[in-house]
Design a protein around this ligand. Sequence first.
Ligand code: SF4
Length: 119
Amino acid sequence: MNYVDRTLCTTIHISVTQLIALIMSDGISAVKYQVTVKQVDKYIKPTEQAKADLQSIGMMDEKGKLKLKGVSPKMLKRMKLEAVDCPVLQKEIGFVQCYVCKNFQSRISGQVYCIGNPL
Ligand code: SF4
């Protein structure tokens, strides 16, 4: 490795935490809440309103079966046993509903980055 390569590597070597902080200072600045994803024993079904929203955007069929793009059946099964204490709705909701919520920004290390606008 020559001097230029070493300098470049030193310059761009930042930790994941620093990278997240960097991203948050820019593109994810609209995030209002950081919500912990927790495990639950039983699937918390989406509300009727959430089901209607999911069907309108093609993420759920008429029978109520979820069709999330890019989510494998195994991952979906795991997502169904996760929940968040939603700071906007002020109640516990299933992670599937959170995942398709318009306030959902991203999920990093078990934390949902939520925009926090009124629903
Ligand atoms: S993304 Fe939506 S459902 Fe999830 S915590 Fe934020 S407001 Fe609640």
